[in-house]
Every structure is written in structure tokens, then in C-alpha cells.
Design a protein around this ligand. Structure first.
Ligand code: 2M8
Length: 503
């Protein structure tokens, strides 16, 4: 992994327009004069500037170009200078519309660092990133390399993992390449053959090491594994973690946001680092972690993404001629996941909460992760209607003060809601992508289109931010976040008509 800049996506803007943009309408970007008085900074565009979809596509391409490190993409320029697992999967989905080979490469480079157990690490550290750019960095995780299951290092990896969007991304790459035909389709088929056993091993890891109970639900050992780090989902379980002696540590992340309130608190970080310390002490060994770890949680959204990823994997197995026994096994995994998610349903909340294995109780927060069964798909009409109703209710998209009809990461009615703090309220484009894609698969095209349209408007107005304030649309967190650019490209490539055809 080096900083060899060989980004192949040098499509002329005109070519990009014809190949990529399926929907040629304008997005009106409306900025507030002088920025929001509560905000940290003003909006990027002057008042009422029409942003053509073409311009947005070119800008998204430029973000991915600037974050390209030659075969892999950093999650963001300053805040996240390494390769993150689920970010890379979303990035591959976006890159597929620019260059399917480069998109395949994104996944291949991540899977080069897969552990022997099948685990795909949540971070692959860029050896060339300055040591004070991210904490905890590679030196903090170097001990993970001592595990007999770790891949050769450097580059070092963390020993956590993140939601398995990868098979979904691999299939997306194939579908675009197949449509383009010729040599590109041939290369994508070779890529699928190559990645299929690795994906199989990855999913097997999650369904064994992370679900020894056969519940269909994945156990996470750290909030970072959920990808929704400081969500109120984890408040109760984290509060029970007693932090011991911790060496002082830096908060490099705070240098890269306009206001520290947009990031997790120091108390959160103490717990995050304490859990990392315990995981390191357990030698990153799942069985030891399972025996003694103070944070063992069944993550509903992670589990739902795994179900959807298994559906993609089953399709890939068909395309590459995977063994019949493996296909039967994947089909069982899908069933097992759906049954697990059905069991965690909470009729009063209308959501599917996470579950704390230590206390044996549901974690009843009102967050967007509760719509996990939508993401898993395959719902009966009644169940789909209930989730849809909850999503459209004033607790989420129907909240009267929202700037746009997009789901806040945490319901404004949840006591843990904070509209400016990371996963405690802001709108996240990647989560909207998951909901949009779930609606497309469920045949809910009007809803899907509403999410797509509003998300593109939000990005046209605020740029490729990591997350957005749900009432004002103010961009927050990192700028030039790769996965925001990637999902924008995917949305732009899927105009409303195409969604209708996909039905
Ligand atoms: C955020 O998480 C990292 C830790 O993994 C961090 O805050 O330092 C999350 O939003 C996570 O979901 C994402 O993958 C990562 C990189 O974008 O940033």
C-alpha cells in the first residue's frame, strides 16, 4: 500500500456526463446568508445557485480522485487518512460508475489484509500517513500483528471489523461491468471469481466467531465495529464499562472538525480505548473476548447488512459456479439472519433494537439502525408497512422541524438526540443510501425516489460532508468524505426511470 497516485478515473467531464448521469434535472442549492447563526461555518454556495447534476457528478469524481492513494482510497483527506472497511465498500459502489477495474481494485486491496480467520479488518493503516494524523494509529494496533491469524505487516491493521457491505459492492461492480460489456465484463468476472472465496470466508467468520449462539445476529465487541460509534444505541452498554488505568492519549480527530461537539466526547473515547486495551490483552482472540469482555452486543444493523450481503453473495456464487453446498449454506445464513431479526422486533417502538448479551436485554434506543429489517429485505407486506409507518412518523422523517425528509441517525424524540453530534442525530448519506436501496428492492419506488432526490439536494447544497445537521442541512464533520461522494455517484447513475425498470 503506497502513495502511488495512479488514479485511472480520468474521464473527461463530457464523457462522464453521458455515461453517468441518468437524471438531468437541476438541483437548487440554497444557502443561508452568512451561514447558520448556530453553525461553525457558512454554506459553500451562494444563494440559489442551480447545480446541474453533471456538475455534481464531476465534483464527486474529483473528491474520489483527490482521496485516491493508488489502489485504495482514504476515507477523508485529514480526519481519516487510512483505508476503512465499509467505507471502501461504498467507495467501490461509487467508483463502479467511473471505472469498474478501479472499483474492483478497491475491494481487492482491502481483502489483501484479510485475517486467516476470515475477518476483514476495520482499518488498514497507511504507513505513509503522518504519525500524529489519526489516533489510535498503527503503532497502537501493532500488537494485532502478533496474532497468529493476522496478515503480514506492515501495513498494520486494526483487529476490529465493520459491517460487511463488500459483497453488495462486488455485485454492483459486476452489474455495471456487465452492462458495459466487452473486456470490462471479462475482467469483472475474473474479479468475482477471485473475490468470491474471500467473501465466503468473511461471511463464515461473522456467522461463526461472531454468532456462536446461532442466533442469526452478529456480536460486536466495540462501538467502532458498528460504524455508528457514539450512537445512543450503545449508551447503556457503554455506561456499564468500568474504565481502569489508561495512559494519556491525544485527540487528533478534534483538529479536523470545526467544533469538538461534532465528535464523540472524552468520556466516550476513554471507553473506546479501554475496550481496545482489553481486546489487545485478549490477543484479539474471539473466544477469550467472548468469555470476559464487558461490551458484547448483538448489532441489528450489522446483522441486516450481512443478510443483504449474503443475498448478493448467493448471486455471485451463481455467477462464478460456486459449489452447491456453499450455495445451500448461504441460503441458510440468509434464513437464519431473517429469523434473528424477526425475533428482536419491538412492537412498541416499531423498530428492531440491538441486544446486550451481558445483561440479556434489548437496547431500546430510537435510532435509524432500528430499521435494520428493511435493509435485510424479504419482509412480509404487513411488516414492511409497520416499518414504513415508523420511518414516516414524526419520530423520524415526518418530524416537522426537519430541513429535508431524510432520516436523522437518531430520532429527535430520543433523549440521546443531538443534532450536531456525529451519530447522535445528524443525517448520514451512506445510511440514506442503505434505506434508498432497501426501498428500491422492496418496490417502494416513490419513497426511494424521495430519499434519492433529497439526498442529492442536500449534497449539492452542502458539499460532500461526512454528515449533516438534520434541521438546517449544515454540513458537519469531515469535508470531502469519500463515501459521500461515492453514494452521490451511485444515486446520479440511478435516475427515477431506472428504478422503475428495476422493479
Ligand atoms: C468513523 O469511525 C472512526 C473509527 O472507526 C472514527 O471516528 O475515528 C465512523 O463514522 C465509521 O463508520 C467510519 O467507517 C469511519 C471512517 O469514515 O469514521
Amino acid at each position: 500500500m503506497g502513495r502511488n497516485r495512479t488514479f485511472p478515473v480520468e474521464i473527461a467531464p463530457e464523457a462522464l456526463l453521458t455515461t453517468l448521469v441518468a437524471d438531468e434535472r437541476l438541483v437548487w442549492a440554497v444557502s443561508r446568508p452568512n451561514g447558520d447563526e448556530k453553525g461553525d461555518e457558512g454554506m459553500i454556495l451562494p444563494r440559489s445557485v442551480p447545480v446541474r447534476r453533471e456538475t455534481l457528478a464531476v465534483r464527486a469524481q474529483e473528491v474520489l480522485h483527490r482521496n485516491d492513494m493508488g489502489g485504495w482510497t482514504r476515507a477523508a483527506p485529514d480526519l481519516y487518512p487510512h483505508q476503512w472497511s465499509w467505507d471502501s465498500a461504498f467507495i467501490a459502489i461509487g467508483l463502479a460508475h467511473l471505472d469498474t477495474r478501479r472499483a474492483a481494485r478497491e475491494l481487492e486491496s482491502l481483502f489483501q489484509h484479510q485475517w486467516n480467520t476470515g475477518k476483514v479488518p476495520h482499518i488498514v493503516f497507511n504507513p505513509e500517513a503522518p504519525p500524529d494524523s489519526y489516533f489510535p494509529g498503527s503503532d497502537h494496533w501493532a500488537c494485532a500483528a502478533a496474532s497468529p491469524d493476522a496478515p503480514p505487516a506492515p501495513p498494520y491493521t486494526s483487529c476490529l471489523c465493520q459491517p460487511p457491505v463488500h459483497a453488495i459492492a462486488a455485485l454492483r461492480v459486476w452489474k455495471v461491468a456487465e452492462r458495459n460489456g466487452g473486456e470490462e465484463a471479462g475482467a469483472a468476472r475474473a474479479f468475482l471469481r477471485e473475490i468470491y472465496p474471500k467473501l465466503m470466508l468473511w461471511h463464515r467468520y461473522l456467522l461463526s466467531y461472531r454468532d456462536p449462539e446461532d442466533s442469526g445476529l452478529v456480536t460486536i465487541f466495540h462501538p467502532w465495529e458498528s460504524g455508528t460509534d457514539n450512537s445512543p444505541r450503545w449508551d447503556t452498554s457503554l455506561a456499564a464499562v468500568e474504565v481502569g488505568d489508561l495512559a494519556p492519549y491525544p485527540r487528533h480527530d478534534l483538529q479536523h472538525v470545526a467544533n469538538a461537539s461534532q465528535r464523540p466526547t472524552d468520556a466516550d473515547y476513554d471507553r473506546y480505548l479501554w475496550l481496545v486495551k482489553l481486546i489487545k490483552e485478549a490477543g484479539c482472540d474471539e473466544m477469550s473476548i467472548y468469555r470476559s469482555h464487558p461490551f458484547l452486543v448483538k448489532d441489528a444493523l450489522f446483522s441486516a447488512i450481512l443478510v443483504a450481503a449474503n443475498e448478493a453473495l448467493l448471486e455471485i456464487a451463481g455467477l462464478v459456479g460456486g459449489r452447491v453446498e456453499d450455495r445451500a449454506l448461504i441460503a441458510q445464513w440468509i434464513e437464519r439472519g431473517r429469523r434473528g431479526l424477526a425475533r428482536c422486533r419491538d412492537p412498541e417502538l416499531g423498530l428492531c433494537p440491538d441486544y446486550d448479551l451481558r445483561t440479556g436485554s434489548a437496547l431500546r434506543a430510537h435510532t435509524v439502525a432500528g430499521f435494520a429489517p428493511l435493509v435485510a429485505g424479504g419482509l412480509r407486506p404487513r411488516r414492511l408497512a409497520i416499518l414504513r409507518e415508523t420511518l414516516m412518523s414524526p419520530s423520524f422523517i415526518g418530524h416537522p422541524a426537519l430541513g429535508r425528509p431524510l432520516a436523522p441517525s437518531t430520532s429527535p424524540n430520543d433523549p440521546g438526540f443531538n443534532p450536531r453530534s456525529y451519530w447522535r442525530g445528524p443525517v448520514w448519506p451512506v445510511i440514506d443510501w442503505l434505506l434508498w436501496w432497501a426501498f428500491v428492492r422492496a418496490g417502494e419506488h416513490q419513497l426511494a425516489e424521495r430519499v434519492r432526490e433529497s439526498s442529492l439536494e442536500q449534497i449539492a447544497e452542502g458539499g460532500f460532508a461526512e454528515y449533516f445537521e438534520p434541521f438546517t442541512g449544515e454540513p458537519l464533520g469531515s469535508r470531502e468524505q469519500s463515501w459521500t461522494a461515492a453514494v452521490a455517484l451511485d444515486w446520479l447513475a440511478h435516475g427515477p426511470q431506472r428504478e422503475m425498470r428495476a422493479a
